[in-house]
Ligand binder design. Structure first.
Ligand SMILES: Cc1cc2nc3c(=O)[nH]c(=O)nc-3n(C[C@H](O)[C@H](O)[C@H](O)COP(=O)(O)OP(=O)(O)OC[C@H]3O[C@@H](n4cnc5c(N)ncnc54)[C@H](O)[C@@H]3O)c2cc1C
Length: 266
């Protein structure tokens, strides 16, 4: 492992100074993805800038139905937050299903979003909740933020500072975890916002998480579950690998969509 210099940043001024003086710096949050990548030699930063102690990055605020989650909040804190649980329990439930206890205690929502793993859980929810991503310089709608597998619209060294959304009327996350890694083979997050459904799907596509408007239309029209069972994904790049065929993953989406829909419609 190549040596690097670790900096624990306590202010945004210190962050800007470090970026000016470091050769090839990278932000580190929970390190759950970055450290294995460094160990494997996939990335070799000269400096790691720890963003978890920066002001405002660790708060969860719920005001009326508006939710703001700082980028350095861990999955475990999201899972256990009582205010969030009261207005959007599906989001806490999703966080509870990420990886294992160690990953949930270290990994953060901002790190997960910046990484944009196509099998990560949050993107499905954030698409279905019509959320926004705040950085130090702008606010980005989630569908503009996620550009595809491991790609986002973030500029180099642009810092994710928070995630915001309005709590839905109701929501549900259904996931089929990979038995070894815990990542989603497929995950479907359904929400109902002011009476209209929104659906986010993760895990199944090389494009990363996507919004499933066909599913939303069926739910808005009150279509029978049998119609969800025949949803098609012909235009999407659905994964096919040794863990599951394309047909298997398409079927998983339909099954999970029906499970979530049954929960929301009873
Ligand atoms: C065994 C294991 C199982 C896992 N299972 C799941 C799972 O089931 N579901 C799931 O969703 N995830 C899973 N993960 C991933 C986990 O959720 C990580 O927390 C997440 O991918 C990265 O978050 P982090 O805080 O550790 O980021 P880091 O590893 O610190 O950083 C990841 C990347 O984001 C950048 N970055 C970090 N913070 C910011 C920021 N604020 N602004 C801009 N860039 C930033 C870093 O420079 C780096 O490039 C798993 C990970 C492991 C190791």
């Amino acid at each position: 492992m190549r040596p690097f210099t670790y900096h624990r940043l306590l202010s945004h001024e210190a962050r800007l100074d470090a970026l000016k003086t470091c050769d090839d710096a990278k932000y580190i949050s929970g390190g759950m993805t970055l450290l294995p990548s460094i160990k494997l030699g996939l990335t070799l930063p000269s400096d790691l800038l720890d963003v978890t102690a920066l002001p405002g990055m660790n708060d969860i605020t719920v005001e009326a139905r508006r939710v703001r989650i700082g980028a350095a909040v861990t999955h475990a804190r999201i899972a256990d937050n009582a205010a969030l649980q009261a207005i959007c329990p599906a989001f806490c439930d999703l966080a509870r299903q990420i990886g294992d206890r160690h990953v949930r205690n270290r990994g953060t929502i901002g790190g997960s979003l910046a990484n944009n793993d196509p099998a990560a859980d949050y993107p499905a929810a954030l698409v279905a909740l019509d959320s926004s991503i705040e950085t130090e310089s702008r606010t980005i709608a989630i569908e503009d933020f996620l550009l595809g597998m491991f790609e986002t619209t973030l500029d180099e060294h642009e810092l994710v500072t928070a995630i915001t959304f309005d709590a839905p009327d109701t929501a549900r996350y259904e996931k089929f975890p990979h038995p070894a890694s815990g990542y989603a083979m497929a995950g479907v997050f359904l929400s109902r916002i002011s009476g209209a459904y929104r659906a986010g799907v993760t895990g199944a596509s090389g494009q990363g998480a996507f919004r499933c408007e066909d599913l939303e239309r069926l739910l808005d029209a009150g279509s029978p579950m049998a119609e969800i069972a025949s949803l098609r994904f012909d235009d999407l790049d659905i994964f096919e690998d040794r863990f599951g065929s394309r047909a298997y993953r398409e079927n998983l989406i339909r099954v999970l969509a029906r499970r979530a829909a049954v929960y929301l419609t009873v």
